[in-house]
Write a protein that binds this ligand. Sequence first.
Ligand code: DER
Length: 235
Amino acid sequence: SAIEASKRLAAYTAVDKHILPEHKYIGIGSGSTVPYVVERIVAQGAAVNKDRVFIPTGFQSKELIVDANLQLGDVDQYPTLDVTIDGADEVDADLNCIKGGGACHLREKVLAEAAITWVIVADFRKNSSVLGTTYKKGVPVEVAPFAYAKLLANLRMIGSPDAALRMAVNKAGPIVTDNGNFVIDAPFGPEYMKDPLTLLTRIKMLTGVVEVGLFCHMAKAAYFGNEDGSVTVRH
Ligand code: DER
């Protein structure tokens, strides 16, 4: 499909540009775009650092590394990475992102911060101006299960009346993250989303919040595959 082709295009372009032969410690994100990142890394073949280690951002990311027969590493052992490449649910004009559609954003943000370079890869649907314009499910907020009801009330109070616990589909009850937490999806209007850093700070300060799916001023570059086979690069 055009969307899959654009994901592959974004991923290949970003890998060719940012994963250099001498790089050893590489963070691998989550979602449906990063498999193309791994595909391109494998295609880079033997002319790369033999001691390369790949650090995952969750179960799905770990399986991707293992299935590609790449050397799996743990962030405990490699807390500083050369580069991490990850997807996003939406990217605004300043490269701020909504992430967490896949409920992996805690480990994703840890590896984004651990990396010297953090790069976003996405299909054309994610290339936006103000967050919330295309990704309408709300800001994903990972929360301690004990605090979820209190936080629903808090989020509704600070501007997200439709905040809701993310329920599982093939399991009774809420989804549970790789860290054993719940996720609340909190939609906010453009008056909040046009200043994502302020919103991030307000949500993060609510007791019981583990991590917020707003990644502000973190990306070095974003690569968007387009339907016409071109790539849009934003810095
Ligand atoms: O949950 C996330 O943040 C993932 O990176 C995900 O949202 C990326 O989405 P994708 O499947 O469109 O790459």
